[in-house]
Ligand binder design. Sequence first.
Ligand SMILES: Nc1ncnc2c1ncn2[C@@H]1O[C@H](COP(=O)(O)OP(=O)(O)OP(=O)(O)O)[C@@H](O)[C@H]1O
Length: 538
Amino acid sequence: MSGAIAAGPAGGAAPGRDRPLTMSGITKSFGTVRALVDADLELAPGEVHGLVGGNGAGKTTLMNVLYGLYRADAGDIRVDGRTVHIRSPRDAIALGIGMVHQHLLQVSSYTVLENVVLGTTAGTGGLRGAARRITELSDRFGLAVDPRARTDRLSVGARQRVEILKVLYRGARVLVLDEPTTNLTPQEVDGLFVSLRGIVAEGTSVVFISHKAREVLAICDRISVMRDGRRIATVPRSSTDATGLASLMVGELAAERTSEVAAALGVGAVGQTPAAPPAEQRRPDAGRVRLAVSGVTADNDHGVPALRGLDLEVRAGEVLGVAGVAGNGQVELAEVLAGVRPVRAGSVSVDGTDLAGAPTHRWLSAGVAYVPEDRHRDGILGAATVADNLLLGAQRRAEHRRAGLIDWRRVRDHARETIDRYSIKAPGPDALAGNLSGGNIQRLVLARAFDREPAVLVLQNPTRGLDLRSTRFVYDRVHEARDRGCAVVLISEDLDELSLLADRMVVLYSGEVVGERARGDYDVYELGRLMAGVQEDA
Ligand SMILES: Nc1ncnc2c1ncn2[C@@H]1O[C@H](COP(=O)(O)OP(=O)(O)OP(=O)(O)O)[C@@H](O)[C@H]1O
């Protein structure tokens, strides 16, 4: 492994007054789960500090303690060398700590201005003064937004800029970003990084939580790695590389396997298309059409057309990638293909049978499996156990039954095996699914889908929030399903992932396919332009 590890107190830097933030000895348990065990973290002024680690390592819990969402069982937090007690986000904000969550918490019918000033006193200049200050901040840091625009009319990237402005407006000196590049086009990621550089140049420190090693390496000055509830290392960016970082992140894998993981995940230069997998020589066009979508029109939850006359075909042994920025019909497409959203017109055929309008059990028995986008809402029953969740939709399978009834002992044994096989970090089959970490909930949902050897597999952002090892694991399962002759539809906002897995890629914009590229013809910036709605001939 390359790279020096500064493993002294919170990263080797001497604790002192100039440290905007020092967390030490932070311990936090949830029942029997020890989420944080003597965890520490120290930020230097004006740095982008990466916070990485496997699923369930404790990153979110540590930041939730910092932001006052959780109270630690023990530990000390210092801001500018002074011990502080943070009991709520309000306390955190008053201390200059701001957090931008992955799920943006905004009032969508409000303007940018209203969202930014929400919860603050407008100050002497009133709203007009606030608007001036927002424009000044947005100019200074390249966070382009119109203060008068309604938030629900903005792209995801613009809404994220609003959220960062909100934090800066409150005078934050520590800005925590939780997986901030999810949903952004490559161009928007570049823009975000330029803004972050401007922000840290003025002395603010940024915590950048991410599973994407490539981005961590592109933007961070130092990187702290968490494992099993503690910080195990802090490395300066200048003394590590993709392999070194992957090795720290996955830990238990042997070094040669690590470089394979790093290579497979394309953690090379920014914007580079990752190397094609060895199966490149396969001829997916040789397979029969398993999934045929013809003239499909469907509405979103508000009755507004979200898919406008869509045609798609996916063959046995083919992975069709669907690229696009969130909100362009992806959720509706996934739900139509999984049989859980009605179509207004058109047909969806699996192995020659049109299933449009058919009840869910027919889709299930046709072999359609689905990994939804919002795993908390659509993927699991949070108040049910892990075993119950694994059983969902498979209650009729013989392996779960005896004498015509569900055999709970078998169900729990099967759940135990699955927990083991999919490395789901859970106390056992009886743990409540809703208490698992984000990545572990995702593993649970994936285990359920892959276990059924599907004919058609519909995946939406299947590795979002997963660590390197689990991501690699998912990619292997996708390859297996494909090699078994499954037709895979991979809907993803992660172009690296699509470039790596898809045999063919289409771009969805405003409910229509606006471009199609064959494997070997993927240029992420060109795809980014299509994703942003720039016409092919423009
Ligand atoms: N509210 C909660 N109740 C019970 N257990 C919890 C709760 N929040 C977190 N945990 C547990 O604490 C541990 C750390 O979870 P945390 O979400 O901090 O991990 P993470 O590093 O952010 O992981 P991921 O990358 O998967 O989001 C996990 O084992 C998780 O199941």
